[in-house]
Each structure stands twice: as structure tokens, then as C-alpha cells.
Design a protein around this ligand. Sequence first.
Ligand SMILES: Cc1cc2nc3c(=O)[nH]c(=O)nc-3n(C[C@H](O)[C@H](O)[C@H](O)COP(=O)(O)OP(=O)(O)OC[C@H]3O[C@@H](n4cnc5c(N)ncnc54)[C@H](O)[C@@H]3O)c2cc1C
Length: 308
Amino acid sequence: MAVLVLAEHDFGALSASTARIVAAAEQLGPVDLLVAGQGVEAVAAEAAKLAGVEKVLVADSAALSSLSPEPVAALLARLAEPYSHIVAAAAATGRDAIPRLAARLDLMPVTDVVAIHGPTRFDRPIYAGNAIETVSSGQAKQLLTIRASAFRPAASGNNAPINPVDADVAAVARFLAAHRTESDLPELSTAQVVVAGGVSFGSAEKFALVSELAKVLGAAVGATRAAVDAGYAPNDWQVGQTGKIIAPDLYIAIGISGALQHLAGIQGAKKIIAINKDPEAPLMKIADIALVGDLFEVVPELIAGLKR
Ligand SMILES: Cc1cc2nc3c(=O)[nH]c(=O)nc-3n(C[C@H](O)[C@H](O)[C@H](O)COP(=O)(O)OP(=O)(O)OC[C@H]3O[C@@H](n4cnc5c(N)ncnc54)[C@H](O)[C@@H]3O)c2cc1C
């Protein structure tokens, strides 16, 4: 049977996570990709290029203009019948819509999937990522959210047909405004290199050192919850249990102690460099390279060295 994947996008461009979810979903069957929203022609055109997509379904309607979860779940419920799996990224739209869809269909979703062993067997992290459980589902239809960072992206170069679908769903919420963060840095959840800072920077002005280093490396910027709570970094930079889950090739953690809730977000990192004045900090113990020193000396030196 076929798989329906819900595309993540910002109305202008497809999120990088969608290519990863498509690649993951291909393991389950032929993939149809649903682009819901309003004025999403460009997103649909981009979606049609993803390898492995059989067809793109476009639901274009004012009711979907903010992708609020109720109309998205109603739309998915309407389209669900022919699909064995309905899959979304474990990101904003999917996390909101899939549980609501599950309630509508009286099914149990499997969330945060990090590995697929077969059509009904999935791995997902539990206890803040300290253990992985394998779930075997006995349900006729599987509803999944998938951690994009656990999968490689699908290639580009396809030319799948784009089919409009009936997008007549009730808008139960009124969209007021969206506040988007503009950044020329890579997206945190899918970046290959991430530079993150902790509360140790002491102010938003000083935290700018993290962005400066990230810029030199072409990296995304992350932060601890303590740094976010202190107002040094925006909320969407938070990495960890209650923030973003990342899996970069290289993670550079500056002045970060390595609390369990932070480590829950970086378990997929392939190499970790930690900079801390305390060699006993938990993150220093698990880092591939632990650099003991004052970040206000080390980081400017690093930036100057990399620029040379
Ligand atoms: C339910 C719950 C959910 C949570 N979710 C998250 C989450 O998603 N993400 C997250 O990050 N946290 C989360 N937390 C918070 C977490 O427990 C820690 O409080 C937080 O991660 C600590 O952030 P930090 O490393 O910036 O600060 P600290 O723990 O205070 O560490 C600061 C580090 O900086 C070092 N340092 C200080 N000055 C310098 C200097 N000049 N040079 C070099 N090093 C220096 C210190 O030695 C220390 O190791 C959560 C907590 C709870 C209870």
C-alpha cells in the first residue's frame, strides 16, 4: 500500500526535513507527498523534484493559510483511506496534526521514529533519548512522526505529477500574523555543523560570538535552554529535550555544562567539540575534543584563526 507524507514548508520553500521524511517513507511503500497551504505552487513544484515521490497532492485553500493543526488533520483524515501509512516530520506541522488525526481515526500514532525495520516496526527514543524502544504496531494503518535528522535526504531530479485535491476544510482558528526569523545560516535541525552556546556568555551581546563563529564555519546556531531563558538567544535556537533534536556531523558546544536535557538533543551528533573552563563538566567528558579554557579568550582566537 502507499504512503502519504505531509510536507513541511514555510509557504515559500519546502523545509529541508521533507526530503529526509520522503527518503524514510520510501522504505514503507510508494510515496505521495501532500502540500497543504495557501499559495503553495512554488512549494509544490519543489516537492515534485524529490526522488521517490510518485505524485504531489496540493490542497490550496484559505482555511490552510496558517497550517493550523485542526484543518490539516481534517484534510489528512479525508485523504487517509487508500494509504497504509500517513507520515509527517516530527516538526511544527506534523507534531500538531498527527495526534489530532489519530484521534479522528481512533488510532494510536507512533511518534519520533528514528529507524524503520518494516511496515509495522519502528524505533523511537524514550526517557529523553536515554533508551530506544522498538515498537511493533498491530494497527491496520500507521500514523507516524519521523525525526528528520535520523535519515539522509532524498535526492532531487524527479518530475512527479502535481494533482490538486479538494481542500474544502473548515477553518476553526483565525490567523492573525506570523513572525518569521530571517537567517542566512543553515536550518538548525538539519545542519551539518552546529555551534551552540550556553548561559555562560552572560548577555545577548556577548552571545553574538556564537553567531560570529557559526558564520565563519557556515554553521547553524544553537543554544541551551538556560541561554534562551536568559534572553540571550531566541527560542527556536534551543537544542535539547524541549528544544530541537539535531544530528550534525560536527557539534561545537561553548560554555555548555551538558545537562541531561541538553544531551537529549545532541545524541545524533557525530563529533563533539566542547569548550569549557571546567574540565569536569559532563559534556567535556563525552566530547571527542575537550578544550579547557575561558570562552572569551578561546572563541575570538578561533574566529581569528579560521579567518586567516
Ligand atoms: C523539563 C526540563 C527540560 C529542559 N529542556 C532543556 C533543553 O531542551 N535544552 C537545554 O539545553 N536545557 C534544558 N533544560 C535545562 C537543563 O537542565 C540545564 O539547566 C541547561 O541545559 C544548562 O544550560 P547551560 O549549560 O547553558 O548552563 P549551566 O549548566 O549553568 O552551564 C554553564 C557552563 O558554562 C561553563 N562556563 C562558565 N563560564 C565560562 C567561561 N567563561 N568559559 C568557558 N566556560 C564557561 C561552566 O563551567 C558550565 O559548565 C531543561 C530542564 C528541565 C527541567
